[in-house]
Design a protein around this ligand. Structure first.
Ligand code: NAD
Ligand code: GLY
Length: 356
């Protein structure tokens, strides 16, 4: 088993990575939740039928009284009405302040369940059992929990760290290919911003099959990088912003495709490629870096460019918002494995984009 500790003062927790870990969920939860009698598990309509019973069996085998609550799969479930339904169901289940909640699923289940845990009874313990690549390398670690509002994604939320993160890499075998590749965009991002050796490791393993052969290592490296960022900057006021590499431009592409044409991962992939090109133009990023990022994205079937209007770019950099400030902090690469924030006038960024 691979193990990492997110060493936040007073709220340290472990990330455990092991094949078939779902069947050990009960014993591990018992260790970190010694007072809990009840465990309210949330999953979605795809993950529940695949893995729900195994997790229920393991948890009840360890003595927990459990229930499995299933939300419809998809981002549209990450909303305040669904959150309120969860609160009510937790109360109907008889959850008390010493009991706990578990999220079995991708980032949607994790974000929604985490926010429900942060708010019900003014906060109860929760456990993340992520089942998508994106959730395993990113959303289950670091304590950001949220729901979407009609004004935008993740606009109501909290920082609420889990008590434990349990990753069973075998759950990734049932992921649809596009969902796996979306997660790869975030995996590639870690190499770009923090670890050139890992970037090279990915370059020479350009397929899902090769990544799955080394999946424990991939999850360990990514979670270790995220862990190191989160312990330095839990509240996202500095270092954690490096994780946004490719995300500002990616937001423009998500807008351009009305959030339906391009997935978040696809938009981030193209965003990383264009951010690297911008870095070259600004004299920050060495020549050749954009091509390496584009090659690796393409090898995982991710787009390296997405057409987009200047209006969408302006909206993504926040130029359409009154009073939002004239500058933007863009994450650029000094080299592969070394990201830096650069404060730039938004108008200059847009001018530069228009010349690419
Ligand atoms: P998701 O949770 O919607 O899962 C994607 C799809 O895969 C869903 O249809 C789901 O039912 C299915 N699925 C999940 N696991 C499966 C499995 N093992 N086998 C088969 N199907 C499976 O999406 P996601 O990409 O995991 O997460 C996206 C969400 O994460 C977004 O809401 C985003 O805002 C959020 N997010 C949060 C953070 C954070 O720090 N909290 C970071 C990044 C993204
Ligand atoms: N996914 C970005 C963060 O956790 O900060």
């Amino acid at each position: 088993m691979k193990k990492l500790t997110v060493d936040l003062p007073g709220r340290a927790y472990d990330i455990l990575i092991e094949r078939s870990l779902l069947d050990q969920a009960g014993a591990h939860c018992k260790t970190v939740l010694p007072k809990a009698r009840k465990l309210f598990i949330v999953t979605d309509s795809n993950v529940g039928p695949l893995y729900g019973q195994r997790v229920l069996d393991s948890l009840s085998g360890a003595g927990f009284q459990t229930t499995l609550y299933t939300i419809p799969a998809g981002e549209q479930s990450k909303n305040p009405a669904q959150l309120a339904e969860l609160w009510e169901s937790m109360m109907a289940f008889g959850l008390t302040r010493t009991d706990a909640v578990a999220a079995l699923g991708g980032g949607v289940v994790g974000d929604l369940t985490g926010f429900a845990a942060a708010t019900v009874l003014r906060g109860v313990d929760f456990v993340q059992i992520p089942t998508t690549l994106l959730a395993q390398v990113d959303s289950s670690v670091g304590g950001k929990v949220a729901v979407d509002l009609s004004a935008g994604k993740n606009l109501a939320g909290a920082f609420w760290q889990p008590k434990l993160v349990l990753m069973d890499p075998e759950t990734l075998n049932t992921l649809p290919l596009p969902t796996f590749m979306e997660g790869m965009a975030e995996v590639i991002k870690y190499g770009c911003i923090l670890n050139s050796v890992f970037f090279r490791f990915l370059e020479i393993r350009p397929s899902r099959r090769q990544i799955m052969e080394e999946i424990e290592h991939v999850l360990y490296v990514c979670c270790n990088l995220k862990r190191s960022v989160v312990v330095e900057d839990e509240r996202d006021t500095g270092l954690r912003m490096l994780l946004n590499f490719g995300h500002t431009l990616g937001h423009a592409y998500e807008l351009a495709g009305h959030y339906t044409e391009w997935s978040h991962g696809e938009a981030v992939a193209a965003g990383m490629c264009v951010a690297a090109q911008l870095g070259v133009r600004l004299g920050v990023t060495p020549a050749g870096v954009p091509e390496r990022i584009a090659d690796i994205c393409a090898s995982f079937g991710l787009p390296t460019a997405i057409s987009c209007t200047m209006e969408d770019y302006a909206a993504a950099v926040g130029l359409d918002k009154k009073g939002a400030g004239a500058d933007i902090s863009l994450i650029l690469l000094e080299q592969i494995g070394n990201a830096v924030p650069r404060k730039l006038p938004k108008n200059d960024v847009l001018d530069l984009i228009s010349t690419l």
